[in-house]
Design a protein around this ligand. Sequence first.
Ligand code: IDP
Ligand code: MG
Length: 148
Amino acid sequence: MECTFIIIKPDAVQRGLIGEIVARFERRGLKIVGMKFMQVSEELARKHYAVHEGKPFFNGLIQYIISAPVVAMVLEGTNAITAARNTIGATKPSEAAPGSIRADLGLEIGRNLVHGSDGPDTAASEIALWFGEDLVNWGRATDAWIFE
Ligand code: IDP
Ligand code: MG
């Protein structure tokens, strides 16, 4: 089954929204197979956002991601990447669909609360970068009621 990589970013952690955000993914049926609370190093932040290097917002983005702890997660489920991206909402919170995390909880692109992988290749490389092999393969009691 598909896996995706999620970051609950420093603004969400500082605002006490970890539980609110985890709950939305859990309720949707996505299964947690990796989770850690951590301070991100500048080196890791630069690797994770390497694709944005050279863009005007890059330095601000790196400072944002290392400004306070984050929660890094790996979620598993049917079409987990697309499902999580839709639960997260569009990059600009002011244009995100109502009901999404970014629309319900945020206003600005530079404080948009959550990261989610944008495709299978980035999900694989982000999971490898942040978790390596350190994932938990477990049978959830409700799996048969969520996965057909
Ligand atoms: P995504 O997080 O929705 O995939 P990306 O385009 O991959 O969006 O951008 C990565 C992150 O960089 C965004 O989530 C946001 O935090 C930040 N970002 C993107 N564009 C801007 C901008 O124009 N100003 C400030 N921050 C930005
Ligand atoms: Mg992205």
